[in-house]
Design a protein. Structure first.
Length: 603
C-alpha cells in the first residue's frame, strides 16, 4: 500500500472535495466545491434560499463525483460565524446507522449474533421480553415504546435498561414495526457490555478511524468553537448540543446510541464511501444492514433494515436513507444507490428541511416543480439599510421591529399575527372556498370553548380522519391549553388569519390558521379538513415554524422595495417603504389579497 492508511485512501476517494496534504490532513475547504452544470444550478438555488433564511451544509455526489459540498447561512447568528463544509451539526437519528454497524462488527468478530435473545446480555429479562432479539431491536420490531424520558434528563445506562425491561410492550416482539429510540439505547448498552469499551470509544476505534471520520462523535473530537453550529427555532437560539446536560463522556442514555452524534456532511460522505467497500464492514454485514427486513407501515411503502430505511422511488429504484432531528437540528442522508446519487443535508433550523425537497426535485429533473426565488437586484450598503430600521405598528395595533442583522434587512415577527401580515397565502379556487364556507366563522368559537375546557363544539365539528383519534386529540389539546394558560394567562380572544391549501399524511387539506391570543402571548393553531371526500372530517394540527416564521428576511429589489419568500407556501411577498420629502421613512406597505396593508413607523 506504500504506507497509505485506510483513512487517507477514503479521503482520496472524495474526488478532491476534501483535498489532502502529504500527511493525510485535510486542506482548507471553507470555500466549498461546486462542479458541473447541476452543481452550479443547485448552488444558485441554495445561495438564493440562504438570503431568505436557509442555513445548512449540503453535499451532493453523482456517479462517485462530488458536485456540491458547501455551507450556506450562519452557524452562529449572534457572532456571525458562517456555515462552511466543515461545520459540525447534531445529526440526530443518523446515529442509529453507526450503532447498527457496531453491532454487525461485533457479529463479524464472533462476539454476538443478531439472532441472540437479549437475555444473553441483560439479567432478569421479564417473560414478555424473553423472545426479544438483537434483530428485533435493530429493526424497531421489538414492541418497545419510543422513549422513556427527555433527551437531556440525567438517565444512567442501567436505569434506562431497567425502565425498558419493566415497561409494558406495545405488542409481542417481531409482530410489527414501531420506531423505538429506547431500543437503540439497549443496543448501545450491548455494545459496551460485549466490547468492554464505552460506546463512543468503540465506534471511534472500529468505525470512525478506519473510515477516515475525524469530526464525528460526542466528546472525543476536538472541534473548534466556531465550527459547531447552534440550533434555532422560531428565532430562538437553542445553543449547541455541547451546552446541554450531558455526562462527561457524552449524552445520557435517553439519547446515547439512538441519536445526538455530531458530524459534518463531509464525514458522512466518507462513511458512504466506506460502506461501498470492506473498509469497515464485510459484504455479508452490509447486505444485512441494507436488507428490507420489516415494513414500516401497513401498506409496505417503506421498509427498515439495520439503522437505515429502504424505500422504493417513483422511478422504480431504491432509496436507502435515514433522517434525524430534535426540533432544532435536522439531518438527512439519502443514498440513491441504483442511480448513483448521494445527498447529505444538515441544517441548524429544522424548518429549513423544506429546502431539501427542492434539492431532490432539481436532482431528478423536476425543475418545473421548483419555484424561482427572487434575487437581489440592487446592492444596498448596511448604512442605507439602517434608514428602514425601527418600530412599526399594524392597523390592528400590533407592533414589530424592522432590523438589520449581518447586512440584511429583516422583520422580527415573534407574534403570529404580525408574521401573518408578511405571508401571502396561496389563493383558493371556487371549490375550496365553497368547502370552507362557514368554517372560518366557527373556528374562533371552538378555540374559545376549548380554552375554557368545553370540548363539545370540538367533538361536534372535528371528527375522526384516518388514524386521528378524537378523544386522544381532546386529551392532547386539553393539556396544551392548560400549559398555555399557565404560561401566558387566560385566553382573551382568537382571530382567523386566513385559509390556504395544505397537505397531510392523509392527503390534500384545506387549512384555516387561527391565532389564540392570551394575556401575555399568542399561539398559532391550524384547523384542517380533507380537501376531498366527506366534509365532516376536521382536526387540529400543531404548525411548523416555517408556516409563520418569527423572522422574515428581505432582499432589495430597488431603493425602497424588498422581497421575501415563504418556503411553506412557495410564495413571494414584497414590502415597500414610504419616504417623505426629507428622506425620512414614514410607513411600510405590503400587498394583501384583501387590499394593501400599511404599517406606520413609530420611531
Amino acid at each position: 500500500m506504500g504506507g497509505l492508511t485506510i483513512a487517507l485512501l477514503t479521503a482520496i476517494a472524495l474526488n478532491g472535495v476534501l483535498a489532502t496534504d502529504a500527511v493525510g490532513q485535510e486542506a482548507d475547504t471553507n470555500s466549498g466545491v461546486v462542479a458541473g452544470e447541476l452543481g452550479t444550478r443547485l448552488d444558485e438555488y441554495l445561495t438564493r434560499a440562504a438570503a431568505f433564511g436557509f442555513a445548512g451544509a449540503v453535499l451532493v455526489a453523482r456517479d462517485d463525483q462530488v458536485i456540491l459540498h458547501k455551507g450556506y447561512g450562519l452557524a452562529d447568528r449572534e457572532r456571525g460565524f458562517p456555515i462552511t463544509p466543515e461545520t459540525v451539526f447534531d445529526i440526530g437519528s443518523l446515529t442509529k446507522q453507526f450503532t447498527a454497524a457496531a453491532i454487525l462488527k461485533l457479529e463479524e468478530e464472533g462476539r454476538l449474533n443478531v439472532s441472540d435473545p437479549i437475555s444473553r446480555y441483560f439479567d432478569a429479562v421479564p417473560t414478555d421480553k424473553a423472545g426479544m432479539t438483537i434483530h428485533h431491536l435493530l429493526t424497531h420490531s421489538a414492541g418497545l415504546e419510543d422513549i422513556f424520558g427527555d433527551d437531556y434528563a440525567a438517565m444512567p445506562r442501567d436505569s434506562l435498561v431497567g425502565i425498558a425491561l419493566r415497561s409494558e410492550l406495545l405488542w409481542a416482539p417481531g409482530t410489527r414495526h414501531r420506531y423505538s429510540n429506547a431500543g437503540y439505547s439497549l443496543l448501545g448498552t450491548i455494545i459496551e457490555k460485549v466490547s468492554g469499551r464505552p460506546y463512543e470509544v468503540f465506534l471511534a476505534d472500529v468505525l470512525f478511524e478506519p473510515a477516515g471520520l475525524t469530526r464525528t462523535g460526542y466528546r472525543l473530537p476536538d472541534w473548534p468553537e466556531e465550527q459547531v453550529a447552534r440550533g434555532y427555532r422560531a428565532g430562538q437560539d437553542w445553543g449547541t448540543p455541547l451546552d446541554k446536560n450531558w455526562a462527561e463522556d457524552g449524552p445520557y442514555w435517553n439519547l446515547r446510541a439512538n441519536g445526538g452524534l455530531l458530524s459534518t456532511v463531509g464525514d458522512l460522505y466518507r462513511w458512504h464511501v466506506a460502506l461501498g467497500g470492506d473498509a469497515v464492514l464485510a459484504e455479508a454485514s452490509r447486505d444485512k444492514m441494507f436488507t428490507p427486513h420489516v415494513p414500516e407501515d401497513e401498506e409496505a411503502t417503506s421498509f427498515y433494515g439495520y439503522g437505515w430505511a429502504i424505500t422504493p422511488t417513483s422511478r422504480g429504484t431504491d432509496l436507502i436513507w435515514h433522517d434525524g432531528g430534535n426540533g432544532y437540528f435536522f439531518a438527512d442522508f439519502r443514498r440513491y444507490v441504483d442511480e448513483g446519487v448521494v445527498l447529505i443535508f444538515a441544517t441548524n433550523e429544522s424548518a429549513n428541511r423544506r429546502v431539501e425537497r427542492r434539492i431532490v426535485r432539481l436532482l431528478f429533473g423536476r425543475e418545473q416543480e421548483v419555484e424561482l426565488l427572487p434575487a437581489a437586484e440592487v446592492e444596498l450598503a448596511e448604512s442605507r439599510l439602517l434608514r428602514y430600521a425601527g418600530r412599526y405598528r399594524l392597523p390592528s395595533g400590533m407592533e414589530f421591529e424592522v432590523a438589520v442583522r449581518n447586512g440584511q434587512l429583516m422583520i422580527q415577527a415573534h407574534d403570529p399575527e404580525v408574521s401573518a401580515a408578511f405571508v401571502q397565502l396561496p389563493s383558493l379556487d371556487a371549490a375550496a372556498r365553497a368547502r370552507l364556507e362557514g368554517i372560518e366563522e366557527i373556528t374562533s368559537n371552538v378555540v374559545a370553548t376549548m380554552a375554557s375546557g368545553d370540548f363539545a363544539p370540538f367533538r361536534e365539528r372535528f371528527l375522526r380522519i384516518g388514524d386521528i383519534d378524537v378523544e386522544g386529540e381532546v386529551e392532547f389539546w386539553t393539556g396544551a391549553f392548560e400549559i398555555w394558560t399557565e404560561r401566558y394567562g387566560p385566553l382573551t380572544h382568537s382571530k382567523v388569519l386566513g385559509s390556504a391549501p395544505g397537505s397531510s399524511d392523509f392527503g390534500p387539506t384545506l387549512d384555516t390558521y387561527v391565532v389564540g391570543r392570551f394575556e401575555s402571548g399568542a399561539r398559532l393553531i391550524s384547523f384542517r379538513q380533507a380537501a376531498e371526500g366527506p366534509a365532516s372530517g376536521f382536526y387540529l394540527d400543531a404548525l411548523p415554524p416555517s408556516v409563520l416564521p418569527a423572522v422574515h428576511r428581505f432582499v432589495p429589489l430597488a431603493e425602497h422595495e424588498f422581497a421575501t419568500f415563504n418556503f411553506e407556501f412557495a410564495r413571494e411577498n414584497r414590502i415597500r417603504f414610504d419616504v417623505d420629502d426629507t428622506g425620512a421613512v414614514t410607513a411600510l406597505r405590503a400587498p394583501r389579497q384583501e387590499g394593501e396593508l400599511v404599517a406606520a413607523r413609530l420611531r
